[in-house]
Design a protein around this ligand. Structure first.
Ligand SMILES: *[C@@H]1O[C@H](CO)[C@@H](O)[C@H](O)[C@H]1NC(C)=O
Ligand SMILES: *[C@@H]1O[C@H](CO)[C@@H](O)[C@H](O)[C@H]1NC(C)=O
Ligand SMILES: *[C@@H]1O[C@H](CO)[C@@H](O)[C@H](O)[C@H]1NC(C)=O
Ligand SMILES: *[C@@H]1O[C@H](CO)[C@@H](O)[C@H](O)[C@H]1NC(C)=O
Length: 433
């Protein structure tokens, strides 16, 4: 069925080419081609096309393909169109851009891909567009935009529209380098984070729309300061961030302190401020709670070589970040042997004797910090083939010291339980104590 349709379309196309030859060298079936003031426009909007017509004149400067049923672009679709300036693919059903699809479009200034079904912008999907100024990809189903997707036009892009997609994150690391950016539309996505300082060098930015995302907070940024309290040095910037679940605590006080009042932003949390207009809440109600450590491991005995899990639970507003400091006073980072989770758990996967000591968990947030100490005792294993003396002497020295300090304490039973996992050593340890 589809094939038949296509082949009859081709037949018509050929006839059409023969008939119109001489007016403009090649104009795809149903399309209108105009050669005005020496620049060729190929107008194929709303023609029921299922693919980009293959016989588009390669010299065309404007190509309109909106409102068709094109499902993918790439291959030879735009090959050799080095003079194309304007390409409109709006409102098709495009779900796939083949990598390098636009690689020859070195003159392209404007690319409209809005109203399609794209889910991903891959690293090479937009490669080669070295003069692109307007990239319009709103109303798709984007869930991911590669960090490299915009690399070829970071310095020329003036207008980027990614609104009405399903983006949780956008590549802030490339957006922050778009020195010519004038308009950035990211509204109606699922974005929950704006990287701090991204707008610092976007001197030309005049419009930023972040409406209806999932932002709980905004990082302090000179851009916002300028947008909200314009100075002679700061052009007026249009800034919208309504429809976000703002968490109105001390972290947003900087924003509240700026003079404004025209907008309808409301707070989502904390509970007592929910639904109230951001700009009507008095400054002193934007408060934070310093961290409070509610639960933590106090003392942990672990056999050398076994895993040690140290826990530290903290509450506060904003949610505290927990760091661990080792007995030799160093912040513990992730490594092959240790994992420090944001929920306050520290995992030492395979303990060694030198892990023994007092660990400190530090919970930090914007309002302050709290600390707790956890004692980790490593019970050394008897080492075989020790370098000093015979085995039995070494065992006696090490385990003897440890167990001696234990005698009479309640932890002893738990040690014995752990030792049962090591039946080979158990008799030796018992005989030592
Ligand atoms: C458009 O017209 C100019 C002359 O006005 C001619 O030189 C050029 O080849 C034409 N282009 C096409 C694609 O027909
Ligand atoms: C593109 O240009 C190259 C070199 O001029 C030519 O060999 C090739 O056939 C052209 N391809 C298309 C699809 O026009
Ligand atoms: C360590 O890795 C985990 C995930 O494996 C991550 O959640 C955590 O933030 C990392 N911790 C640090 C301190 O980088
Ligand atoms: C903390 O997170 C880690 C990794 O996600 C998990 O294994 C551990 O059970 C968590 N601890 C607590 C106390 O929730």
């Amino acid at each position: 069925m589809k094939f038949k349709e296509n082949s009859s379309q081709f037949k018509k196309l050929r006839t059409c080419l023969l008939l119109t030859w001489g007016v403009v060298s090649a104009c795809p079936f149903h399309c209108v081609c105009r050669n005005l003031s020496e620049s060729l426009s190929t107008l194929c909007a709303d023609k029921g096309l299922l693919f980009v017509p293959p016989h588009v004149d390669r010299r065309t400067v404007e190509l309109r393909l909106a409102d068709n049923f094109i499902t993918e672009v790439g291959g030879n679709d735009f090959v050799n169109m080095t003079g194309l300036v304007d390409l409109t693919l709006s409102r098709n059903t495009i779900h796939l851009i083949r990598p390098m699809a636009f690689a020859d479009l070195e003159s392209l200034r404007s690319l409209h891909l809005d109203g399609n079904r794209l889910t991903i912008l891959g690293p090479r999907d937009l490669a080669g567009l070295v003069n692109l100024q307007h990239l319009i990809v709103n109303n798709n189903q984007l869930i991911k935009v590669s960090v490299q997707a915009f690399d070829d036009f970071l310095l020329t892009l003036e207008d980027l529209d990614l609104s009405y997609n399903n983006l949780r994150r956008v590549p802030w690391e490339s957006i922050q380098n778009m020195a010519s950016l004038h308009t950035l539309n990211l509204d109606h996505n699922l974005i929950d984070h704006i990287a701090e300082g991204v707008f610092g060098e976007l001197y030309k930015l005049a419009r930023l729309d972040m409406t209806s995302n999932r932002l709980r907070t905004l990082p302090p940024d000179p851009l916002f300061t300028g947008a909200i309290s314009p100075t002679p040095y700061n052009a007026v910037i249009s800034l919208n961030f309504g429809g976000n679940p703002l968490h109105c605590n001390c972290e947003l006080l900087w924003l509240r302190r700026l003079i404004r009042g025209d907008d309808m932003e409301t707070c989502a949390t904390p509970a007592h401020l929910a639904g109230r207009y951001f700009w009507s809440i008095p400054e002193e109600e934007f408060t934070c709670e310093p961290p409070l450590i509610t639960r933590h491991t106090h003392k942990l005995w672990v056999l050398e070589g076994q895993r040690a899990t140290l826990k530290c639970r903290a509450i506060g507003d904003p949610e505290p970040v927990v760091h661990w400091v080792s007995p030799d006073d160093r912040i513990i980072a992730n490594s092959s042997r240790t994992s420090s989770f944001s929920n306050g758990t520290l995992d030492i996967l395979v303990t060694v004797a030198r892990d023994d000591g007092a660990y400190t968990c530090i919970a930090i947030n914007a309002a302050g910090e709290a600390t707790a100490t956890v004692d980790l005792k490593i019970i050394p294993l008897p080492h075989r083939g020790g370098n000093a003396g015979s085995n039995s002497v070494e065992i006696g020295d090490k385990s003897g010291g440890t167990t001696l300090s234990l005698s009479g304490q309640e932890e002893e039973s738990s040690i014995l339980q752990r030792c049962r996992a090591f039946p080979v050593w158990l008799p030796i340890m018992l005989s030592v104590s």
